[in-house]
Design a protein around this ligand. Structure first.
Ligand code: SF4
Length: 900
C-alpha cells in the first residue's frame, strides 16, 4: 500500500486514469478514517494527465506556442496527408487508413523511431507510410502543430534544456512495461536530480476493506474456475458470485474484466436481473448502479445520444423506418404530455401505412400525419427549420455546422429536461458528452476549411462512434473494465470472464505500416514470441497480484465454436467454483379471489368483427372478450412494403374488377390469352395506382414488382377457374348482415357464383393455413365460410370453397360441393347435414360470447396462445393446462427414476 508515500507529498504517477482515481479515492478515505475534515489533495496523476500538466506549464510559461493537436485534429491532418498522396485505389477507406497511420505514428514515437522510418521501409506499405509521415511532419512544422505522439520527446527536450522545471520526487506505481519514450523522459528526470522510486502493487487499496483471508466462497484457496455450460450461464454465475461476495463483504471492491466490449449490454442486463432487480424497468434511473463501466461504454449506446444522432442524419436523408419509430416513441423529444399521442401516432399512422418504405423522410411522414390528430408536436418545427435553413451542401465551417445542429435539435425540445421529467444524472452527463463532441468538431476549423453538411456529418459519426462515455465515478463496488485498463489497479476480488486462450494472453500484433526490421530491432510488440510470452506472464502475474480472490470463468462451447481454457489459467490447476450459488428468489404472496361477477350484458346485438367474433370465441373465450369487447389489439409489425393484409386486399380488389368486367365462365372461355392478360393488367393497375402516391425509386421498383407478381399469380388462377362447370358471378365484395344466436354480425362476401339452380360461395385466400378441415369441430378454427353459408335457404347452396391463390402447388380450390364439377376435386359431401351442424355450433359460440363467457380456455395450448396478443392480460397459468395424462407421464418418469 503506497499511502505512506503520498503523505510525503511526492508526485505519484499511475499508468491509467482509473488507477490514479482509485488511489486518490483510497487516500481520501484514509484521511477521513483519521478523523480529518480537510486535507491537501494527494498529488496523484495518470501518466497522460501528468504529460498534459507539464505541457500546460510549458504553454503558460511561454516556452511553447505550438498547437497540441487533439485526436480529431490529428486524424484530420492524417486524412489530408493521405488524400493528397493517394494515387492508387485501396480496399481501405481514407478514414481507416488515417486510423492506421495514427497508430503507426504513435508506436514509432513511443519507440523513438520516427526518424528511422525511411531507412527501414522495405515494403510498399512501409515506404508509403514513410512518405505520409514526412508530409505529416512537414505540415506540423510549417503550421506550428504538435502531435501528441511526440509529447514525451518534446517535454524531455524542455527538461534537458532546463526550460521546464523537473519535480524533485516522483513515485511510479504499477508500470510494468515502460515504452522507450517514457524511459527516456524518466532518465532525463533522473539526470536532473529527480528522485524516482518505483512501487509494486499491493493486493488492496481499500483501507476499510475486511480481512478477506477466510472467504466463505473460496474453500481451500481463493482462486476458482467456473466452467459454464453456456455464455448466458457464465454471466449469471458471475453475477451470483458477485452478489454473494458483496453480501458477505459489503465494503469490498470487485473488478470484472471484460475482453469483449460487445458483452457489456448483456452483462448489464444480467446484473439488473440478479444484482439489482429494482433496476429492471426500462424507466429505472441507472445513474448510481452498484457497478460502473470504468473503461466507458460507447457514447452512442446512450439512448439520448442515438436520438440526437438520428435527428442529425434525418436532416440530410431519409431515415431507417425502425429509427423513425424510435424517434416517435422517444421520451427525449417533444413534451412529456404527448407521449401517449406519439405512441398512438406510431401505432395507428406509421405502422398502418398502406405501403411501408424501408426509409422515411420527414416530408413523407408529415404527409402520412395529415389526417391524424396525434401528430407529435416537434415534427412541424423541425420541418420548418430544415426548409428555412438553406442548402445543406453549401459549405460552412465546422463551428457553424455544430451550432446549426444544436439549433436543429433544439426545435424538437431535445432532451426534454423539464420539471415533469428531469434528466437523470446519467442523462445529464450524456448531454454534456454530446456538447463536448460538437465542441471538439468545432476545433477542426484549425485548417481553415469549409465543408458541406455531409462531410460534417461523416466526421460527427466518426467522432461519436469512437467516443467512450465515462460518467464521473461513483466508486461503485463493482468495477467493469478491460484487462489492459486494470493495469495498476487493486481489488478485493477479481473476475476474469471469457478466460480462453485467445484472450489470456491477448495476441500481440506487428504494425503493417512499419518495416518489420525496425519493429524487430526495437523489440516492438508481436516481433518476438519469447518476449511476447514473457510480457504475457508479467501482465498475468500482475493481474494475479491485483486481488486476493479471483474467479476465472469460461464457456467451452459457444456460438463461435469450441473454446479452450487459457494455458496460463489451466497451469494454475484451480478448483471449480462450488455449486450451486443460489440466485435470489422473490416470494410473492398470492391471494386467490374467486371472481363470480358476470360480465355486463352486450349493449347491442350488433357486434363489430364479423366472423372473427366466433373464431376468437372458439379459440379462447378470454381472447374474444379482450379483442372484441375490450378492443385490445396487438401492435402491427413494421413489415416493409405491403403487409399480409394489404397484399390480400389488393388481390381482392383486382379480382373484383376482373369479374366486374368478365362476369361469367362462358365469357372467360371466349377470351384470348392476350385479352385476358390485358384485362388483368388493367385491373391490377387500377387497383394499385388509384390508391398510392409513389415517393421514391424504391416505391416504383417495389410496385412494379408487386404488379408482375400479382399478374403472374392471377394468370395461373384463372386457368383453374376455367376448369369448373359454367358459372356466373352474381355478387362481389357484398356486405351482408347475418343473425346468429343472439348476435348480429356484418360480413363481407368475397364472391357468389350462380351455378345450375343455386349458388356457390367463394372466398379468396392468400394465407398458407387456409383449410376446410378448420370448419368442422365444436371449436372451429375458421368459421367464416360456414357462417356465410347460413345466409342461404335450405337447398339453395351447392358448394362453398376457398380460392387459395398462392404460388406453386398451394394454388387450388379447397371446399365442399354437393355434386362433382362445380370445383375440381372429389370433395362431394352431404352439404345439408354440414350446414345444419355448422348452424348449431356457431349458435352456441354466439351465445357464449353474448353471455360473457370470457374463460381463459385456449383450444389447443400452446398453439392457440403462440400468436395471441392477450398473453399479458389473461394471466394464463400453463401449469393448469397439463392434462391428466401429462401428469401421469411425469409421475411415471419420476417413479422410474426413483426406482433406478
Ligand atoms: S394467451 Fe392463450 S389463454 Fe391467453 S387469451 Fe390468448 S389464447 Fe387465451
Amino acid at each position: 500500500m503506497p499511502l505512506a508515500t503520498l503523505v510525503d507529498g511526492a508526485l505519484t504517477l499511475l499508468p491509467s486514469a482509473p488507477a490514479a482515481r482509485q488511489l486518490r479515492h483510497a487516500y481520501d478515505a484514509a484521511q477521513q478514517a483519521l478523523g480529518l475534515h480537510t486535507w491537501e489533495p494527494a498529488p496523484i496523476l495518470s501518466w497522460p494527465q501528468w504529460l498534459d500538466h507539464l505541457w500546460s506549464e510549458a504553454v503558460v510559461s511561454g516556452i511553447e506556442t505550438r498547437l497540441l493537436l487533439n485526436e480529431a485534429q490529428e486524424h484530420t491532418l492524417w486524412l489530408d496527408v493521405i488524400t493528397a498522396k493517394q494515387t492508387e485505389t485501396t480496399l481501405n477507406s481514407a478514414d481507416a487508413l488515417a486510423n492506421l497511420a495514427q497508430q503507426a505514428w504513435s508506436l514509432a514515437n513511443a519507440y523513438n523511431a520516427a526518424d528511422r522510418l525511411r531507412a527501414f521501409a522495405n515494403t510498399h506499405d512501409a515506404r508509403t507510410f514513410a512518405t505520409w509521415a514526412e508530409s505529416f511532419t512537414q505540415t506540423c512544422d510549417r503550421n506550428a502543430y504538435l502531435s501528441r505522439a511526440t509529447l514525451e520527446a518534446t517535454l524531455q527536450h524542455h527538461i534537458e534544456a532546463r526550460t521546464l522545471e523537473a519535480p524533485p520526487n516522483l513515485t511510479l506505481i504499477g508500470f510494468t512495461n515502460l515504452t522507450p519514450a517514457q524511459s527516456a523522459l524518466l532518465e532525463t528526470l533522473r539526470n536532473t536530480n529527480t528522485l524516482i522510486t518505483e512501487q509494486t502493487l499491493g493486493t488492496t487499496t481499500n483501507p476499510g476493506a475486511p480481512d478477506l483471508s477466510h472467504l466463505e466462497i473460496g474453500v481451500s484457496t481463493h482462486h476458482h474456475l467456473h466452467t459454464a455450460p453456456t455464455e448466458p450461464e457464465e454471466l449469471r454465475t458471475l453475477s451470483t458470485y458477485l452478489r454473494t461476495f458483496l453480501q458477505q463483504h459489503p465494503t469490498s471492491t470487485i473488478a470484472v474484466l471484460l475482453t469483449d466490449p460487445d458483452d457489456a449490454p448483456t452483462l448489464e442486463a444480467t446484473f439488473r436481473e440478479i444484482l439489482a432487480p429494482e433496476l429492471q424497468p426500462i424507466t429505472a434511473d441507472l445513474s448510481s448502479t452498484p457497478w460502473e463501466f470504468v473503461s466507458g461504454t460507447p457514447l452512442t449506446a446512450q439512448p439520448l445520444i442515438s436520438v440526437a444522432l438520428d435527428l442529425a442524419h434525418w436532416a440530410q436523408s431519409p431515415l431507417d423506418l425502425n429509427k423513425v419509430s424510435a424517434l416517435l416513441l422517444s421520451p427525449y423529444l417533444g413534451t412529456s404530455t404527448e407521449r401517449d399521442a406519439s405512441a398512438r401516432f406510431d401505432a395507428n399512422v406509421l405502422r398502418k401505412a398502406r405501403l411501408l418504405r424501408p426509409e422515411l423522410d420527414l416530408r413523407t411522414l408529415l404527409r402520412l400525419a395529415q389526417t391524424s390528430p396525434d401528430t407529435p408536436t416537434w415534427l412541424h418545427p423541425l420541418h420548418h427549420f430544415l426548409t428555412t435553413t438553406g442548402n445543406l451542401e453549401t459549405p460552412r465551417t465546422f463551428a457553424d455546422w455544430s451550432e446549426l445542429l444544436r439549433s436543429l435539435i433544439a426545435t424538437t425540445n431535445w432532451p426534454n429536461n423539464t420539471e415533469a421529467r428531469p434528466l437523470t444524472s446519467l442523462e445529464f452527463q450524456a448531454t454534456q458528452a454530446w456538447d463536448s463532441v460538437l465542441d471538439q468538431l468545432a476545433t477542426l476549423d484549425f485548417r481553415g476549411r469549409r465543408v458541406p453538411y455531409s462531410t460534417f456529418l461523416h466526421t460527427l459519426d466518426r467522432q461519436i462512434n469512437s467516443a467512450a462515455f465515462t460518467p464521473p465515478s461513483n466508486n461503485a463496488p463493482i468495477q467493469i473494465l478491460t484487462p489492459s485498463a486494470a493495469q495498476g489497479l487493486t481489488f478485493d476480488a477479481l473476475i476474469l470472464t471469457r478466460a480462453t486462450d485467445t484472450n489470456y494472453p491477448a495476441a500481440e500484433r506487428t504494425n503493417p505500416l512499419l518495416g518489420f526490421g525496425l519493429q524487430a530491432t526495437l523489440d516492438m510488440p508481436g516481433t518476438s514470441q519469447p518476449r511476447a510470452t514473457e510480457r504475457a506472464h508479467q501482465a498475468f502475474t500482475q493481474l494475479l497480484a491485483s486481488a486476493p480472490n479471483i474467479l476465472f470463468t469460461y464457456t467451452p462451447q459457444t456460438t463461435d465454436g469450441e473454446q479452450r481454457l487459457s494455458p496460463l489459467i489451466a497451469s494454475l490447476n484451480l478448483p471449480e467454483l462450488p455449486q450451486p450459488l443460489s440466485e435470489p428468489t422473490t416470494a410473492i404472496a398470492e391471494d386467490i379471489l374467486e371472481d363470480t361477477t358476470p360480465l355486463p350484458a352486450l349493449t347491442s346485438p350488433h357486434v363489430q368483427g364479423g366472423a372473427r367474433v366466433l373464431q376468437l370465441q372458439a379459440a379462447c373465450g378470454f381472447q374474444a372478450f379482450a379483442e372484441i369487447r375490450l378492443q385490445a389489439s396487438h401492435l402491427d409489425t413494421k413489415d416493409l412494403g405491403f403487409d399480409a393484409l394489404e397484399s390480400g386486399n389488393l388481390l381482392h380488389r383486382t379480382m373484383d374488377k376482373f369479374w366486374e368486367r368478365i362476369e361469367s365462365h362462358q365469357a372467360l372461355s371466349q377470351l384470348s390469352a392476350e385479352a385476358r392478360t390485358a384485362i388483368l393488367t388493367n385491373a391490377i393497375d387500377a387497383t394499385i395506382d388509384h390508391k398510392l402516391v409513389l415517393e421514391s425509386q424504391w416505391d416504383k421498383a417495389y410496385i412494379d414488382l408487386q404488379k408482375d407478381r400479382l399478374l403472374n399469380l392471377l394468370q395461373h388462377w384463372i386457368d383453374l377457374e376455367l376448369k369448373r362447370e359454367p358459372f356466373r358471378v352474381v355478387a362481389r365484395e357484398t356486405k351482408q348482415l347475418i343473425h346468429i344466436g343472439p348476435l348480429e354480425l356484418t360480413v363481407r362476401l368475397d364472391r357468389l357464383d350462380a351455378v345450375k339452380d343455386g349458388f356457390f360461395l367463394v372466398d379468396y385466400k392468400t394465407g398458407y393455413a387456409s383449410n376446410p378441415a378448420n370448419w368442422d369441430s365444436e371449436r372451429p378454427d375458421d368459421p367464416q365460410l360456414p357462417l356465410y353459408s347460413l345466409l342461404h335457404e335450405s337447398g339453395e347452396l351447392h358448394g362453398l370453397a376457398f380460392a387459395k391463390i398462392r404460388p406453386g402447388r398451394d394454388m387450388k380450390w379447397l371446399g365442399y360441393q354437393d355434386e362433382p364439377g362445380l370445383i375440381p376435386g372429389k370433395n362431394v359431401v352431404d352439404l345439408e347435414t354440414r350446414l345444419s351442424d355448422w348452424h348449431t355450433t356457431l349458435t352456441i359460440l354466439a351465445e357464449n360470447f353474448a353471455s360473457g363467457d370470457a374463460s381463459v380456455n385456449p383450444k389447443d395450448y400452446p398453439a392457440t396462445c403462440t400468436h395471441c396478443a392477450q398473453r399479458l392480460l389473461c394471466r394464463l397459468n400453463p401449469q393448469a393446462l397439463l392434462t391428466a395424462s401429462d401428469t401421469e407421464d411425469s409421475d411415471t418418469e419420476s417413479e422410474a427414476q426413483a426406482n433406478g
